[in-house]
Write a protein that binds this ligand. Sequence first.
Ligand SMILES: [Zn+2]
Length: 332
Amino acid sequence: MTSTPLLLAGAFSRQLEREAYAEASRLLCRSAPHAPEEAGTCHDCRRVAEHEHPDLLVAAPESDRHVHAPRFEGQAGGKETTIPTALIRAIVAESARRPYEGERRVILLLDVDRTEGAAFSALLKVLEEPPSATRFVLTATRPRLLPETILSRVVVRALREKPRSETAAALRRLGLSAEEAAARAAFVPGDPESAAGLDLDAARQERDELLEAVSGLLLEGSPAWGVILASRLPAEDAAATAARLELLARLLRDAAVAAMDPAGETVVHRERFDDLERLGQGSRLDLLHLAGEALDLASTLPESRRNPKLAAEAFALSLVALDQIPPSGEVR
Ligand SMILES: [Zn+2]
């Protein structure tokens, strides 16, 4: 078996994480191959799934996703937004240790695109020549951010994103109605498991509040709605705020599409079609462009040093400023 490190790349961090654990199971299971439904009765696979296997080590930007991670210098226990370089160094230092039980150890580095340049330098050597009994599995939602030196030392496996229709079909097979399956797939298009576990009422409420505020702002040109949007975009942390910005971007795109395509086949949040169409037809601004800006901000927010709350508020208020420009076309 090759010891070349594996990089799992795809759009959804949690989907990549599940796939990384599945890979760890395959590597650590001593009764493989067995059917996935037997994993619950397999001692090795069960302990991987429950984060208890002694030969499994997991590091991620957030400390609550760590498994058997070594202690490291400057450990704060606080809210990390990147994998600390000191942690990467500590993992490299102990990666040559023999496995406790089986033939190998497995080290998962989750969301490795969210780390620092110095951490990549620390990783280079061990990825080039991994200890013979250690397998590295990395995940990244944005592999293009990884240095070429890292990419040249890993095998990249791209996880295909499921289309929304496939996610909805998977949810229907779980017994959900067509309507509920479509509604859930609209929020989490590529990931049936997350879509199934979603708190749909809360997601709908969040969406409807964003749609109400952005519609008030862009249809009435009212600064008061801008202030309301500015209060509704920030969430408890950078990742959750980024998710809200992505949802807003989706709604802006849906509105632009709804205005052009009355059949609405490609409108994702179809259950709000009438309001989206109204926004699409009534707004003077280029909604697709605004959606792109919201997505750009969302993609940089998790590792940005900017305060996510302030950044989201500033984005909402920038829409007010844009909307105050006369629609004559001379200014824009
Ligand atoms: Zn097993």
